[in-house]
Each structure stands twice: as C-alpha cells, then as structure tokens.
Design a binder for this molecule. Structure first.
Ligand code: KIV
Ligand code: ZN
Length: 529
C-alpha cells in the first residue's frame, strides 16, 4: 500500500446537491480551476445525466481544466457520476472523454433497504447489473470507479461479493459510501479493513472513502478508513453536500499534515490555497462558512481569552497547532495601492489563483481603483470578494446600473433602482418597503419579474474596520422557472438558488446578491449561461 492519499473532490457533484448550492457553468469552471490549482487528484465535475447543462459544464471542465497540473505534475482526473445504466454511462463518457485523464464513476445500492424499496431488485440482479455496467463503463474508459451506495448499511458479506465482481468486471477504484452518515469511526474502519481482508483482487485497485456528516462523524470516519487501507478520500470544500454534508476536504488534509507522525501519509494539496478556495466555494454557492468551522472559519485562528492571548505572546505553540499562513488564513495586506497599475493587479490575482480574461481584468481593475479610493488598506480577502462579485456580475442577464435609497426613522424607506437588462436597455423603478433592503428588493422584483421568495439573507464584513467590504449572501426559492418545463430531476435540484454580492455599501451588496440569485433562476430557465 502506498503512502499517498488521493484527494477526490466532489464539491461540484455531491456538494452541489446541497439545497440551493447550484452553480452556473461559469462558476463551476472557476471552482474546477481553483481545485486543480489546490492540487486535488480527481475532480468529480458533476452528474452528466442530471441535465444537459450539467453535461455541458462537465465537458467544458474536461477541456479547460486539463492544462493545470497538480502536485504530481499531471492534470487532475475529471470524473462524471452515472447510475448503473447504459444511458447514464454513455452521457458520463460523452462529458469526460475530452479530458486527458477521464473517469466514469458508476454506482448501485447494495443495502437491503435500498435494494428492496428503492431499486426493487433482488441481490442476484444487483450483482448482475454491477458486472454488466462496470464492464460497459470499462469498455469506454480505462478508469472506472464503482460505488455500492449505502455500503455503510449493507451486509458486509454481500458487499464482498459485489466488490469482487466489480473488480473482475474492470473497476479500478472501489468507493465505499456511508451514504446516510450512519456509521461510527470504529465501524467504518472495520468495514474498510474487512474489504481489504476479504475481497480477492482488492490489492490491485484503490479503495476510497465517501462519508456523510449526519452524525458529525464524517472526518473521523474518513480518517478511520485511511488508517485501515483507503488511499482515496471523497471530500468537498467546506464539507458541503446532501443534508448535513460530506467530509470536509480541508479537515482531512490538515489532519494528515498536522498529525503526519501518526498517519505517515501525504497528499498533493497545496494547503496555502485552502482558505481562498473555501471562500470561492462559499461565495458561489452562497453557503456561508460558520465562523467556528475548523481550518477555514473566520475564528479558526482567533484567540479571544486573555489567558490564551498571553500564552500566544509567549509561544505561539501554546494554543496554535497550525500556523494560519499554512492554510492561507493570514489576512495579507495587498502591497498594491491606489497608484498601482493593471499589471500589478493581474500579477497579484494570479498569485491568488485567479486567471481573468482581459475584459474581466479591466472591470476588476476599475473596481479596485474605486475601492482603493474608499479604503486605505486593501487585503487579499477584499480583493477576493471583489473578484468573486465581478465574475458573478459579468455572466448575468440583469446588471445593477445605479441605485439610490432613502431611509431613516421618519417616513417610508424608498429605493430607486436602475438595471441593465439582457437587451442592453436600462430600466428604472422606485418602490417603498418596510426597510431599505426590502424597498430595493421590491424595485428589483418589478423589473426582473421572477416569481421568487427570499429564504435566507446574511451579511458579514470581510475584514475589520468601519470601511470594511460587506459581503451579502442570499437564498431564494423559485419553484417554477419562467417559460421552462422541468424534468423531475431538475425540479428536485433547483428549488433554491444562492446569490452573492460584495461592496463597501451593504445595501448595494444586498442588491447585487439578490440580483445574482434571480439571474441564476433565469440562467437555469434558459438552459445554461
Ligand atoms: O453518498 C453516496 O452514496 C453517493 C454515491 C453516489 C457515491 O454520493
Ligand atoms: Zn454522497
């Protein structure tokens, strides 16, 4: 068994299945690029059969992300999920075949409850289907992963049979999902150990973990899997995913690195990118990272209690097991000032991992100059907020042109909003609300006319100080999409949409966030961006 743990990132597939986390193709490509630079070994770019948009996004990632080499000098493997049927497998292959290193990942449930009630198949039929579909996938692609869904609740003896047959049919990676996050670390470790000891041929394939966090045990289970022989881990940035989410990439990577004497294992991750990629994913999915989240939370390296601060001043290791700069959490002050040029900005953005087109760079530069006029000190975090905001706005149907708000203790809060529509026409509307943000949102609603309900709204400052950039994340629900009949799978997946906006004025940031969520509804209804 080697001492390298492959990082299989499923932020764009299982992560995107989090309620409201749907991203546009442009956002997915940006995230895939960031993951490649972070050094992940495999990117599960989506579920090609879910919709034509998903298939197209995976195709684009397969072509565009292949130029970025990771830790081992190779581009990441690009993978698509597929149910165990020919139609799904064909779509998965179509989506990934242009990648220099493609993979098809197919799955079929093996627990009694799933086989009986969901699949309505008996165990023999399941084994036959696995043999046929893994074999079919292998006839198309040399890299095939098989997952027995709900392995955590499957009979281990049956699992051994299914896995042995999957290997014989050509699977090169066997992934063991704890689909409902039910197992404990001892149980999950024993499950992996049992597979290592009882499945003929397992020594020729890679064993993988895939843990969900329903009991808050996903990271512990994943580490138990590694200790017992797994050499691939399926993880997401910030732990986003179905229900309580998946295992957090950053937690597993930093546990392996910080406790190397215990595990003796390596990954190819450049940990200094972790916080940046975490912010990018949070901005694009509008899933806010809790301040106390391990590794990437805003408080992960903050020391409040006097006794801790005193200890830190004497020796940082008293209360710090990792240095903030190891994960890119230091709030680096941008060495650029308001007199810096476009080249300096471009170079800094490249260092931060953003490769902007000339047009996007021009807009970012304009915004940077405006921000530098308002704020004396610009941090990397400010710059990341600015670029996320700019990239989001640049792919939108409706853009904010201007707005003015009157509010206070007397009278009715009123907002006048002017938007540029998809046809380039400007339209201005005024509205009254219960507060300034309500008034702005009512004015936007009158122009955009998407039937949506605001579900969540949160605002936070990117850095300290009165002049801080404010970031706003919203989530809206839109059960019907204007002018589009959706398949069942689409209705299931697209019920809520996140939006993100950043500005030194939080009412402007709020308007941008709401507009970006409505734009996502429109982009989905018109089939891609
Ligand atoms: O949780 C799960 O079982 C999955 C599989 C499709 C791999 O996500
Ligand atoms: Zn999963």
């Amino acid at each position: 068994m080697d001492n390298y743990v492959r990082i299989f990132d499923t932020t764009l597939r299982d992560g995107e299945q989090s309620p409201g986390a749907s991203m546009t193709s442009a956002e997915k490509i940006e995230v895939a690029r960031a993951l490649a630079r972070l050094g992940v070994d495999i990117i599960e770019a989506g579920f090609a059969a879910a919709s034509p948009d998903d298939l197209e996004a995976i195709r684009r990632i397969s072509r565009e992300v292949s130029k970025i080499a990771g830790a081992r000098g190779e581009p990441p493997v690009i993978c698509s999920l597929a149910r165990a049927n020919k139609g799904d497998i064909d779509k998965a292959w179509l989506a990934v075949q242009d990648a220099p290193r493609p993979r098809i990942h197919t799955f079929l449930a093996t627990s009694e409850i799933h086989m009986k009630y969901k699949l309505k198949m008996d165990p023999e039929e399941v084994v036959d289907r696995v043999v046929n579909m893994v074999g079919y996938a292998r006839s198309l692609c040399t890299d095939v992963e098989f997952s027995p869904e709900d392995a955590g609740r499957s009979d281990p003896k049956f699992l051994y049979v299914v896995l042995e047959q999957a290997i014989k049919a050509g699977a090169t990676t066997l992934n063991i999902p704890d689909t409902v996050g039910y197992t404990t670390p001892d149980e999950y470790g024993a499950l992996i150990r049992g597979i290592v000891e009882n499945v003929p041929g397992v020594e020729n394939v890679i064993l993988s973990t895939h843990c969900h966090d329903d009991l808050g045990l996903a990271t512990a289970n994943t580490l138990a899997g590694i200790r017992n022989g797994a050499r691939q881990v399926e993880v997401t940035m910030n732990g986003i995913g179905e229900r309580a989410g998946n295992t957090s990439l950053e937690e597993v990577v930093m546990a392996l690195q910080t406790r190397r004497p215990v595990y003796g294992l390596n990954t190819g991750i450049d940990t200094t990118h972790l916080v940046r990629v975490s912010r990018l994913v949070s901005n694009y999915t509008s899933i806010v990272v809790p301040p106390n989240k391990a590794i990437v939370g805003a408080n992960a390296f903050a020391h409040e209690a006097g006794i801790h601060q005193d200890g830190m001043l004497k020796n940082q290791e008293t209360y710090e097991i990792m240095r903030p700069e190891t994960v890119g959490a230091q709030n680096t002050r941008l060495v650029l000032g308001k007199h810096s040029g476009r080249h300096a900005l471009k170079a800094r953005l490249l260092e931060l991992g953003y490769e902007l087109s000339d047009a996007d760079l021009d807009k970012a530069f304009e915004r940077f100059k405006t921000m530098a006029d308002k704020k004396k000190v610009i941090t990397d975090a400010d710059l990341e907020a600015l670029v996320s905001d700019e990239l989001l706005q640049s792919h939108e149907f409706y853009k904010l042109d201007d707005m003015q708000v009157a509010s206070g203790t007397i009278g009715m809060p009123t907002a006048t909003v002017r938007l540029i529509g998809p046809d380039g026409q400007k339209r201005a509307v005024a509205a009254i609300g219960t507060g300034p943000i309500d008034a702005v949102y009512k004015a936007i609603d009158q122009i955009v006319q998407v039937p949506a309900t605001l579900l969540e709204f949160s605002v936070h400052a990117v850095t300290e100080g009165i002049d801080a950039v404010g970031e706003v994340s919203v989530r809206v629900s839109a059960n019907e999409l204007p002018g589009k009949t959706m398949t069942y799978a689409e209705t299931e997946r697209v019920r809520s949409y996140g939006g993100y906006g950043a500005d030194t004025d939080i009412i402007v940031a709020s308007a941008k966030a709401y507009l970006s969520a409505l734009n996502k509804v429109l982009i989905t209804s018109r089939g891609g961006d």
